[in-house]
Write a protein that binds this ligand. Structure first.
Ligand SMILES: Cc1cc2nc3c(=O)[nH]c(=O)nc-3n(C[C@H](O)[C@H](O)[C@H](O)COP(=O)(O)OP(=O)(O)OC[C@H]3O[C@@H](n4cnc5c(N)ncnc54)[C@H](O)[C@@H]3O)c2cc1C
Length: 562
C-alpha cells in the first residue's frame, strides 16, 4: 500500500476519535476557544447508537432528548459543534472523517501523530501540544505507549440488542421493564421515547467459555457476529417468559454485543491523555458508559484550556488531577455495574438466592438502601475527594468553628436570587443561570451576611477585588448578599464592569442559598467559595481564613499580569 507523507500541521490539541466523548470534548474546547483538530477513522457517523440518551445530555445549558433511536448522542453533539460554528465568527473545526491515527511519538514539548487518510492512503504528521485518545475500547492511543494497560475481565456471555416495537399492557412506555428469568439471566426493555411503543430490548443469549483476551485484543461492545434473526429472538423471548407473549415488531436495528469490565492503569502519560471507553468499559446494564465518558471530557477540557493558555500554576499537578479525580469514579462504576450484572444474570446458587430471596426483601423493607445503591451507580451526588486531588482545597477553619461550608470536590447547588440592575429593577435569576454566564472561568463567590456590599462597610469587597486583579483571566467574582440591603446607591463600581460584563451582585431573600453553601447566620462569618468551570467547588473558606484561599490559588492558577 502506498503511503506518502504530505504535510506537517501544528495544533494545540488533537482529539482522536469522534464518538460521543470526542465530540463532547471538541464542543468544550471550542467554548474555550482552543485550537484543536478532531479526527475519525470512519467515513461518517454511525446511524445507530449503542448508548441511549435516557438521562439527558446538557451542553452549556441546552438540554437534548432522544427523539428516535436513529438520532444518536453523537448527532446532538455534532449539531452543537455546528451551531458554534454558525454562531461564532471564529473558526470551529469540523470532524475530519476517514482520518485514522496510525501511531504517535511523544517529545519533550509536543507530540507527533501520524494520521492516514483512509481514502487515498496519504499520511500526514500532526504536531500537537496534547493528544487526547477518545478512540474507544480498542484505543490506538492507549496501545501506543508500552505499559499502558487495560486490566479486567471479559464476561462469559453473549448478548443481543434490538430496537423494536412492542404493544403490550405490561410494558409501559415511561418505565424500564426487567424480566429476571431463573437460570437464563435477564431481559430488559428500555423505552426509546420516539413513539410510545418503541423499546430497546437487551437479552443475554447464552453463557460461553471464558475468553482469554489480552490488552491488545479485547472484544467489547458490538461484535461482528451475525445477529439472531428476529424470528429466533422472538422464539427465545417466548420460551423464557411464557405464558407472557410479547410480539416483537418492526426491528430498526438488531445486534450482538459482549461485555468487558476493564480500566486503564493511568489516564495520562505526559502529553497524551485518554477519555471515555478508551479508559474504561463495563456492562451497559447501568447505562453509564456514555455519561462517564462525557464527565471525563468535562473534567479534562477546562484543565487543558488552562494549560494551553499558560494559566496553570503547575501544569503537571493540574493534569495529574484529571486522573486522580476520574479514576476512582471509573473504578466505582465498573464495580457497581459488575455487581449488578452478576446479580441479575448469574446462575449459581448464591446469586440466584440473592436475586430471588434477598433482593425482594431489600426492595420491600430497605428501599432507601436500594435507592442509595442506584444513586451511586447512576453517579448522582458524585463528588471528588479533596484527599485524592491536587487541585481541591483541603480546608479546616483555624478558628475551630464547625465547618458546614460546602466542601471542595462537591457539585454546586442551585437556588433563587435577585439580580440588582442599575435602574431599581430586581430580576429573578437562578444560581445555575449565573454559572452559565461565568463558567468559562472560575467563579469566586463572596457570600456576605448582612454586612453590605460597599468597601466602606464590608472590607471583604476589597479582598474580592484584590483577588480578581490577581486572577483576572481565570476568575469572575460575584457577590451574593443576604436580604434586601442593596440599594442602587450601595452598588459599588466594580472594575470587572469595565469589561462590559453585567452587574455581579445578587441578593437572596430567604437565606436558603447561603445555607446550602454552609454560610450560617449563627457563625457570623462571611465566606468565599471558588467554583471551577466544571461546576465543582475548588475551595470554600470563612472570611478569617482568606489567606488560605490566596495560598491555595497561588498553587493552582497563574497570576495575571497586572
Ligand atoms: C450495547 C451497548 C449499549 C450501551 N448502552 C448505553 C447506555 O444506554 N447509556 C450509556 O451511557 N452508555 C451505554 N453504552 C456505552 C456507550 O455506548 C459507550 O460508553 C460510549 O459510546 C463511549 O463513547 P466513546 O466516544 O468513548 O467511544 P466510542 O463510541 O467507541 O467512539 C470511539 C470513536 O473513535 C474512533 N476511532 C477508533 N480508533 C481510531 C483511530 N485510530 N483513529 C481515528 N478514529 C478512531 C471510532 O471509529 C469511534 O468512532 C452501551 C454500550 C453498548 C455496547
Amino acid at each position: 500500500m502506498v503511503s506518502l507523507f504530505k504535510e506537517k500541521k501544528n495544533v494545540d490539541v488533537l482529539i482522536c476519535g469522534a464518538g460521543p466523548v470526542g465530540v463532547f470534548l471538541a464542543n468544550e474546547l471550542a467554548e474555550f476557544e482552543i485550537n484543536f483538530r478532531i479526527i475519525e477513522k470512519l467515513e461518517k457517523h454511525p446511524e445507530f447508537s449503542k448508548a441511549l440518551l435516557r438521562s439527558f445530555i446538557s451542553i452549556h445549558g441546552k438540554r437534548c432528548q432522544s427523539e428516535t433511536s436513529r438520532y444518536t448522542p453523537r448527532h446532538y453533539l455534532i449539531d452543537a459543534l455546528h451551531e458554534k460554528k454558525t454562531m461564532r465568527k471564529k473558526h470551529v473545526p469540523n470532524v475530519e472523517f476517514c482520518m485514522e491515527l496510525i501511531k504517535y511519538e511523544e517529545k519533550d514539548d509536543h507530540v507527533i501523530a501520524v494520521v492516514k487518510n483512509t481514502k487515498n492512503n496519504v499520511e500526514e504528521e500532526i504536531i500537537c501540544q496534547y493528544l487526547v485518545g477518545c478512540d474507544g475500547v480498542h484505543s490506538t492511543v492507549r496501545k501506543g505507549i508500552n505499559g499502558w494497560t487495560f486490566e479486567g475481565q471479559t464476561l462469559k456471555s453473549s448478548w443481543g440488542l434490538a430496537d423494536i416495537e412492542i404493544d403490550h399492557e405490561l410494558i409501559k412506555y415511561d418505565q424500564i421493564t426487567n424480566f429476571v428469568v431463573p437460570n437464563e439471566g435477564i431481559i430488559v426493555l428500555f423505552p426509546l421515547g420516539a413513539r410510545k411503543n418503541t423499546f430497546r430490548l437487551v437479552v443475554k443469549i447464552c453463557d460461553e467459555e471464558k475468553k482469554n483476551e489480552t490488552n491488545d485484543h479485547v472484544t467489547h461492545g458490538l461484535t461482528n457476529e451475525t445477529p439472531l434473526p428476529l424470528e429466533e429472538l422472538q422464539k427465545l423471548i417466548d420460551e423464557r417468559i411464557a405464558p407472557i407473549k410479547l410480539e416483537l415488531k418492526n426491528p430498526v436495528w438488531i445486534s450482538n454485543f459482549r461485555i468487558n469490565e476493564r480500566i486503564v492503569n493511568r489516564y495520562r502519560t505526559g502529553r497524551v491523555l485518554i477519555a471515555g471507553d478508551a479508559a474504561h468499559c463495563h456492562s451497559p446494564l447501568g447505562g453509564q458508559g456514555l455519561n462517564m465518558g462525557i464527565q471525563d471530557a468535562h473534567n479534562l477540557a477546562f484543565k487543558l484550556a488552562l494549560v494551553i493558555r499558560n494559566q496553570a500554576a503547575d501544569v503537571n499537578k493540574l493534569l495529574d488531577s484529571y486522573e486522580h479525580e476520574r479514576y476512582p469514579v471509573g473504578k466505582n462504576v465498573i464495580e457497581g455495574t459488575g455487581f449488578l450484572t452478576k446479580m441479575m444474570t448469574g446462575n449459581d446458587y448464591f446469586t440466584t438466592f440473592i436475586r430471588t430471596r434477598v433482593a425482594p426483601i431489600l426492595f420491600q423493607f430497605f428501599p432507601q438502601s436500594v435507592f442509595n445503591f442506584q444513586n451511586n451507580l447512576m453517579q448522582n451526588n458524585l463528588h471528588y475527594l479533596p484527599g485524592s486531588s491536587e487541585i481541591l482545597h483541603k480546608y479546616k477553619p483555624r478558628s475551630g468553628v464547625e465547618n458546614k461550608l460546602i466542601e471542595a470536590g462537591h457539585y454546586v447547588q442551585d437556588g433563587l436570587l435577585m439580580k440588582i440592575t442599575s435602574h431599581k429593577l430586581h430580576e429573578r435569576i437562578t444560581m445555575f443561570d449565573i454559572f452559565r454566564s461565568t463558567a468559562l472561568k472560575h467563579t469566586l463567590i463572596l457570600f456576605t451576611l448582612n454586612k453590605g456590599v460597599t468597601a466602606d462597610c464590608n472590607p471583604l469587597i476589597e479582598t474580592l477585588l484584590e483577588i480578581y486583579n490577581d486572577y483576572k483571566n481565570t476568575i469572575t467574582p460575584i457577590i451574593i448578599s443576604y436580604q434586601g440591603i442593596v440599594h442602587d446607591a450601595d452598588v459599588p463600581f466594580m472594575p470587572f464592569q469595565e469589561e462590559g460584563r453585567e452587574q455581579h451582585i445578587f441578593v437572596e431573600r430567604q437565606f436558603e442559598l447561603h445555607e446550602k453553601y454552609g454560610v450560617m447566620k449563627e457563625f457570623g462569618q462571611q465566606a468565599f467559595v471558588l467554583v471551577r468551570p466544571d461546576l465543582y467547588v475548588a475551595s470554600a473558606v470563612f472570611e478569617d481564613d482568606v489567606d488560605e484561599l490566596k495560598a491555595f490559588l497561588d498553587q493552582y492558577l497563574a497570576k495575571a499580569d497586572r
